[in-house]
Design a protein. Structure first.
Length: 367
């Protein structure tokens, strides 16, 4: 696959390592009908997440069932990262590094700009939230960028899809190390990175990923060819992580610690965070002189956060305390889908030079 956007011509890019790899590949290759199916799949996944949370509220796992669910969740996380490694082509990932400015901007946005914004935001309104929600906002700000939704939306907006795939891939790879380290630094005692924590992270995240990379030569083609089988495995694993976390929260009574006013403040704060991130990434893309298609990819990748990567990491980092901690990430995920879907449709309008006689439309481009 080669880039088609401004500043990205001829650059091979990897298939993304996250869930739904087949969706991104298909999105990059096919027309509007496949795009509609991809976006509809994202919407159904949001519904599935909501139903999973509802199931945990009505029928939480307790006793031996809770132990079995926790064990299955740990295995699911390991399987998820093993599949990430099996899909990712190291050679193509290194080849995609040529688009340096765009990828450096997305990484800086994800792991520098967001943590700084999170500290400012959490410090300003932390009095409204219990400790786990405060930690959850900071954790959200160190999660890698998403792959699936940013790629689908970049294609809808007529942006540089291969560049978006590369940017999401690099963010996910850097996040394997950067996210737990930054979370521990920002959150402190709420996410202790002890020797046991390092071993747990290595055993459930890094080791399976490396194993997938080592075995990719023999199994990578099989995994990619059977993406329709492994796609539900990916998403089912994440749903199991959500059910386990929220079941634990129900049995521990953590939901009684959050008021309606605190929840409303949280939603408003996350919306503000997202809008500021959009404006800053748009400004940075313009300052770097990126072409229109590359700007679209940079803004969409630099402002979004990955639920698929963040939830398993939170389960490993926070353990029994993950229930409220993952709530900001889940809310932010819904906000980014709604806002970016609307933006992508506006940016998809033909540019003035493509529509003779048309008046310029300011909102049709991210910069």
């Amino acid at each position: 696959m080669t880039a088609t956007g401004n500043g990205g011509a001829g650059r091979p890019c990897p298939a993304p390592p996250g869930p739904g790899t087949g969706a991104e590949d298909a999105t990059a290759r096919t027309g509007p009908s496949r795009l509609r199916r991809t976006l509809r799949a994202l919407d159904l996944y949001v519904v599935a997440l909501a139903l999973t949370v509802g199931l945990a509220a009505v029928l939480p796992a307790t006793g031996r069932a809770a132990d079995a669910t926790a064990a299955a969740s740990g295995f699911a996380v390991a399987l998820l990262f093993f599949l990430y490694g099996a899909r990712l082509s190291t050679r193509e990932t290194l080849a995609g590094l040529r688009h340096v400015k765009l990828h450096a901007m997305v990484l800086a946005s994800t792991f520098v700009m967001f943590p700084l914004l999170g500290l400012a935001l959490a410090g300003a309104v932390s009095g409204f939230w219990p400790g786990p929600l405060y930690a959850g906002v900071l954790f959200l700000c160190v999660v890698p960028s998403t792959v699936q939704s940013s790629v689908a939306l970049t294609s809808v907006a007529r942006g540089d899809v291969p560049a978006a795939i590369c940017a999401g891939t690099y963010s996910s790879l850097v996040g394997l190390v950067a996210t737990p380290l930054l979370a521990t630094w920002l959150i402190g005692e709420s996410a202790p990175l002890s020797a046991d924590g390092l071993l747990r992270l290595g055993g459930q995240l890094l080791a399976p990923f490396v194993a997938g990379q080592l075995l990719r030569r023999w199994i990578g083609g099989f995994v990619v060819r059977h993406k329709r089988v492994f796609g539900p495995v990916d998403r089912g694993s994440i749903l199991l992580v959500v059910y386990t976390a929220f079941s634990t929260g129900m049995t521990q009574g953590v939901w009684g610690r959050i008021t309606v006013s605190a929840l409303l403040v949280l939603v408003a704060a996350l919306l503000l965070l997202f809008v500021v991130a959009l404006l800053l990434t748009r400004g940075a893309a313009r300052l770097l002189g990126l072409g229109r298609e590359s700007r679209i990819a940079a803004v969409l990748c630099g402002s979004q956060k990955s639920l698929a990567t963040g939830l398993p990491m939170a389960a490993v980092l926070f353990g029994d305390r993950a229930a409220l901690t993952v709530l900001p990430l889940m809310i932010y995920h819904q906000l980014q889908l709604l806002v970016c879907a609307a933006l992508a449709r506006r940016w998809a309008r033909p540019a003035p030079e493509e529509a003779p006689g048309a008046q310029p439309v300011a909102a049709a481009t991210p910069g």
